[in-house]
Design a protein around this ligand. Structure first.
Ligand code: ATP
Ligand code: MG
Length: 420
């Protein structure tokens, strides 16, 4: 009998999940508790329907629980055929969350649940933000706002989820999705730590209820005393300024803030919810990406945009304004062979150009040959996004080899109507 046949014959509990339901993580947690109470540690996972959506606020807590119960309670989770044949689920990392690996970088960090600790937190968050910048067309301020909010919320897990701040044992789970149709970025960040009320209590902050503890945690300057108490406030300000929504669910309490329509002020509400387990924190937020985000207005002060700084160079020697953007094509494009990669590269360059007016230099040094399809896609995407005049005025190609120059020229000619 092979290993999987043996596992299938073990006493097990079937769990059929409807991943479209917000209650799926709680249903899942209850099934596991019931199994453990009966001494059963094997669970077979099924999904209710084909082509299942797999949203971050549902997948991330389930992935975190599977990881926790596997490592801490010796449970085994077996995917059924329906689960294995679902492509979204098979690559989602719900059964085995992805971990950062310096030797192999995925083509995208999106649509996957990532597990992080303090040793790879930076790489995971950076990988996610980089993937968003390459995938979604973002108006000014959005990429930076997302980066700030995601950093704050994930950093909180390292600093507050366990009693010891910045413990090497603190573990978090994060998933980010780009929803093109409704123009949103959806984020969920989860941990199975002590929960917000308990962390605040450790800082001698007492509240009438867990709900009021959550409400307070979002206020400026409120925290357990190990930090400034501003991270969740920043996240709230960024999300509200983008007319997005967020929910903070911790230790059986929920604080939610929603924009029901564009003109309305966001509506905040608190409620008590059934608990997955004592403690645990889920931060679930969505940013709109169909409008610019004014971070100075949202936060009352400018925050350094490191991505922009990393690409800014003095450009007075080329007769431009004091600063220009510089993008090294060989460093920032994963190859220059395909139309597919040109899409990502053009999206990223365009997003960078949204962040600062003025010249953007694309430096082709080190790039032997671009393919005709890469050249064509890059030009067309940039012209479609900014218009031909802006492209001529704002983008400069530098260090193009003669062969690359010829390829770009040919692409452009190919797009012109033939001479009669
Ligand atoms: N994942 C979490 N687990 C437990 N407690 C949390 C978690 N996230 C936030 N908290 C609690 O909420 C408080 C407020 O968080 P917030 O990010 O606003 O401030 P801070 O982390 O204390 O300071 P700063 O983010 O300015 O460095 C924290 O001090 C902590 O008590
Ligand atoms: Mg914080």
């Amino acid at each position: 009998m092979d290993g999987s046949a043996k596992r299938n014959r073990q006493p097990h509990i079937n769990i059929t999940l409807d991943l479209r339901l917000k209650g799926a993580p709680l249903f899942f947690a209850e099934k596991i508790s019931r199994g453990l109470a009966q001494g059963i540690t094997t669970f077979k996972l099924r999904v209710k329907s084909e082509g299942e959506a797999c949203f971050p606020n549902i997948c991330t807590p389930i992935a975190g629980m599977i990881d926790y119960f596997t490592l801490e309670r010796g449970c085994t989770f077996i995917p059924s055929k329906s689960w294995q044949s679902n492509q979204l689920l098979a690559h989602s990392g719900i059964l085995h969350p992805y971990s950062y690996n310096s030797l192999s970088s995925p083509t995208t960090y999106l649509n996957k649940v990532w597990k992080f600790t303090r040793s790879d937190h930076f790489e995971v968050v950076n990988g996610i933000i980089d993937s968003v910048r390459r995938t979604a067309v973002l108006p000014s301020g959005v990429a930076h706002g997302l980066e700030l909010a995601l950093n704050e919320v994930t950093d909180n897990i390292l600093y507050h989820s366990l009693r010891e701040a910045n413990s090497p044992d603190a573990v978090g789970y994060v998933m980010v999705q780009y929803h093109k149709t409704n123009q949103r970025i959806a984020v969920a960040v989860f941990d199975l730590g002590q929960g917000i009320p308990s962390s605040l209590a450790s800082g001698k902050m007492t509240f009438d209820s867990k709900e009021s503890a959550l409400e307070a945690a979002v206020r400026k300057g409120v925290g357990d005393g190990t930090g400034g108490g501003n991270g969740l406030w920043m996240m709230e300000r960024i999300v509200s300024s983008s007319h997005g929504s967020f929910e903070l669910t911790s230790d059986g309490a929920r604080f939610a803030c929603r924009h029901h329509s564009d003109c309305e002020k966001p509506k905040a509400s608190v409620s008590s919810v059934s608990q997955i387990r004592d403690g645990t924190t889920l931060v679930d937020f969505q940013l709109h990406i169909d409008r610019p985000l004014d971070l100075v207005l949202a936060l009352g002060a400018a925050h350094t945009n490191l991505w922009l700084e990393d690409h800014s160079v003095d450009a007075t020697h080329i007769g431009s304004a004091a600063e220009a953007l510089l993008v090294s094509v060989s460093d920032e494009s994963r190859g220059c062979a395909s139309r597919y990669e040109a899409q990502f590269f053009a999206t990223m360059v365009g997003n960078l150009m949204e962040e600062a007016p003025g010249l953007c230099v694309l430096d082709f040094s080190g790039v032997e040959t671009v393919s005709a399809s890469f050249a064509d896609e890059l030009l067309v995407r940039l012209i479609r996004r900014f218009g031909i005049v802006s492209v001529i005025q704002r983008i400069a190609f530098r260090n193009l080899s003669s062969i690359n120059a010829a390829i770009f020229n040919q692409c452009f000619e190919g797009r012109l109507p033939r001479n009669p």
